[in-house]
Write a protein that binds this ligand. Structure first.
Ligand SMILES: [Fe+2]
Ligand SMILES: [Fe+2]
Length: 326
């Protein structure tokens, strides 16, 4: 698909192309007339777009998750580029649309991530935990979902393969930390719990083709979905010890760490406490990097305000030439 990539568009540029509708909202101008506020997406990222004209004509033409052909121009609004759409239509089957050019995906090699995660899991000695992870990998539909799932809808790793990347970083950190720094922790439980902590996301989030939350995701959420998946798998393993099952369930239930972060219970075992902190560390690190990489205001040293981190992030690197203070 030969068309401009959203992140490379410059202010003032007119362009045409097919893009994925990541979100669609009806809003009103101060004068009270309706307009469409969209986030358009391709593999380079997302850009906000406004459709001011012909609201009645366009409102029913497409939905979130559709691919649309647009003709637009890039304007600047509050120091950020924004698309003003001149014309729009929903894509047709005969259009030359390549979905892979519209979905964002991990920069990592998915098969390499999967191989390394499996290698670390293969070192587990506890026979029940070993069987549990082996059973997961013997289910091709679960493995397929794991390689595609994002780790979140918006906040961090919100792209194809994001969940696997998040799990890979966490198991690598656990592998490096636990034997040398926290040898009193149960290594097999930490590795298994880290691998399982977010697996409910494979049922919570989907690409259809835009990243969206499933019905079960809205109604139950990934913590409960992960717990149910774990229980289904444990039920197939004869004589899985009750105490071990409780510890593993607790890791899933407590990994968000605080009630206000969606955790039904607080981490109450050494392994659950560690996994919560690894989860938080990797999520925060990804938020910082993604905010800096996706910031489109070249003229500013700081990103726009990050609502979750509650701060602006500094974009200059230690090796950059010193900038001027304003
Ligand atoms: Fe989570
Ligand atoms: Fe997580």
């Amino acid at each position: 698909m030969n068309q401009p990539r959203l992140r490379e568009l410059k202010v003032g540029e007119s362009f045409k192309g097919f893009y994925l509708v990541k979100s669609k909202r009806v809003k009103q101008t101060r004068e009270g007339s309706n307009f469409l506020d969209l986030d358009l997406q391709d593999s380079s990222g997302a850009l906000n777009a406004k459709l001011w004209n012909d609201f009645e004509k366009y409102q029913g033409e497409f939905e979130r998750g559709d691919v649309v052909k647009i003709e637009g121009v890039v304007e600047q609004y509050r120091d950020q580029p924004q698309i003003k759409i001149k014309q729009l239509r929903k894509s047709r089957p005969e259009d030359p649309v390549e979905l892979s050019a519209l979905q964002s995906t991990t920069k990592e090699d998915v098969s390499c991530l999967l191989r390394e995660v499996k290698e670390i899991l293969a070192e587990i000695k506890n026979p029940h935990l070993k069987r549990l992870t082996e059973d997961f990998f013997q289910d091709p539909s679960l493995v397929e979902k794991l390689t595609r799932a994002p780790a979140a809808r918006n906040i961090h790793h919100a792209y194809l393969g994001g969940l696997l990347e998040h799990i890979w970083r966490m198991v690598k950190m656990a592998q490096a930390l636990v034997p040398k720094i926290y040898p009193n922790l149960d290594y097999d439980l930490v590795i298994t719990g880290t691998f399982w902590h977010d697996l409910g996301k494979i049922e919570e989030l989907t690409f259809s083709p835009a990243l969206s939350i499933t019905r079960a995701g809205y109604l139950e959420g990934h913590i409960i979905l992960g717990l149910k998946l774990l229980e289904r798998k444990i039920a197939l393993i004869p004589e899985f010890p009750d105490e071990l099952r409780l510890h593993l369930e607790h890791i899933i239930l407590s990994h968000h760490g605080e009630h206000e972060w969606g955790s039904p219970v607080l981490p109450s075992t050494p392994e659950a406490m560690l996994i919560h902190h690894l989860d938080n560390l990797d999520a925060k690190q990804a938020m910082v990097s993604e905010a800096i990489e996706s910031d489109q205001n070249q003229a500013e040293e700081f990103t726009g305000y990050h609502p979750i981190l509650g701060r602006h992030l500094y974009k200059r690197r230690p090796g950059d030439k010193s900038g001027r203070e304003e």
